[in-house]
Design a protein around this ligand. Structure first.
Ligand code: ADP
Length: 337
């Protein structure tokens, strides 16, 4: 995790271990996302009743909203084992063939970041999803032959942060797509209380509300902030997660009352101070703050747009009047917002 960037959507290795401990195991234990839960319940119970593997399922939504967690819950609810891999890990079609051919009947295959799979692997996946079959190519050039390989019925659970990037033939092969939404503060409070219980931390209602309101609609961030509050409470306080401890801890980590962190403020600050509020192109903005365009586009921007602080226009990114207000800067007369 880059220094001080505690609201980044991704998880590092150490965090994954803690996350595993905090993951709900059943649909009933999964907080919020009422619509998705209801839809999944029908898909899973319907399939179970028929004694067949359910349709392939696509989970679409920003990082940290619970896609990996849901894939595990799906396997758990079906009483089936799960295999976990990701698009970037599958470089060659052969990598995918090896995984597919070793699946057992009914197994759930979780393919994270499915939009980042290589083209040949993607094409192999079409046939595997539709006909439970793959063609393994043996040899090269004119002498190459395709050997068909039957696969046991399996359920693919694909996850993507960019469903718009999925080619239509792939998207069409999912029987059900769950669109995950950012969580309401009320749901996030519940996530905080649940995690605090599991971490054996005493968190009062006001502190939970404070953490929830700064977690930008994302359970992973709520859990992350909770752990920082726990550190603070244990080192500087009396070990209890009070609202004072929460506020003081979040001030140390530069998470402001709207949930903006250093990265968000860097993006907004550059947009206002260097580019007069825009419009400015994404890559120029990213270079100005020394970040990858992907980080700016996928981590900071969705939240800033949702908060009404930044707008994406065909001419580039522009700051809104609220952005000038939030950073306490006077808005020039010529500013676009
Ligand atoms: P994604 O795969 O979408 O990036 P994860 O499934 O890894 O997100 O979830 C990140 C963390 O947030 C996990 O530790 C998980 O425990 C927690 N989490 C996500 N969704 C929920 C939820 N609905 N209820 C409780 N905890 C959740």
């Amino acid at each position: 995790m880059p220094e001080n960037q505690i609201l980044d959507g991704g998880a590092d290795q150490e965090e994954r271990a803690v996350e595993a401990a905090l993951r709900p195991k059943t649909l009933a234990d999964f907080v919020g996302q009422h619509k998705v839960r209801q839809q999944l319940e029908l898909v899973l119970h319907g399939a179970k009743g028929r004694g067949a593997a359910p349709d392939h399922i696509l989970l679409a939504g920003p990082p940290g909203l619970g896609k990996t967690t849901l894939s595990m819950i799906i396997a758990n609810e079906l009483g089936m084992p799960i295999r976990i891999t990701s698009g970037p890990a599958i470089q060659h079609a052969g990598d995918l063939a090896a995984i597919l051919s070793s699946l057992s009947e009914g197994e759930v295959l979780f393919l994270d970041e499915i939009h980042r799979m290589s083209r040949p692997a993607e094409e192999m996946l079409y046939m595997a999803m539709e006909d439970y079959r793959v063609d393994v190519i043996v040899g090269k050039g004119p002498g190459a032959t395709a050997i068909p390989l039957e696969l046991p019925p399996f359920t693919l659970v694909g996850a993507t942060t960019r469903s718009g990037l999925l080619p239509a033939p792939l998207r069409d092969r999912f029987g059900f797509t769950a669109h995950m939404e950012f969580y309401d503060p009320i749901d996030l409070e519940q996530v905080v209380h649940r995690s605090a219980r599991l971490l054996d931390l005493d968190v009062d209602a006001e502190a939970a509300a404070e953490i929830a309101s700064r977690s930008r609609g994302t359970p992973r961030i709520a859990n992350r902030l909770l752990r920082r509050v726990r550190d603070f409470a244990e080192v500087k306080g009396d070990g209890r997660g009070t609202v004072e401890a929460a506020r003081a801890a979040l001030a140390v980590y530069e998470v402001d009352e709207r949930g903006l962190d250093r990265l968000d403020r860097a993006v907004l600050g550059a947009l206002l101070n260097l580019f007069g509020g825009g419009p400015v192109g994404l890559s120029t903005l990213a270079v100005a703050i020394g970040e990858e365009t992907d980080t700016v586009e996928e981590v900071a921007e969705p939240f800033l747009v949702r908060q009404g602080l930044l707008a994406r226009t065909p001419r580039g990114r522009i700051a809104t009047a609220a952005a000038w207000r939030h950073l306490g800067l006077p808005m020039p007369r010529t500013a676009p917002g």
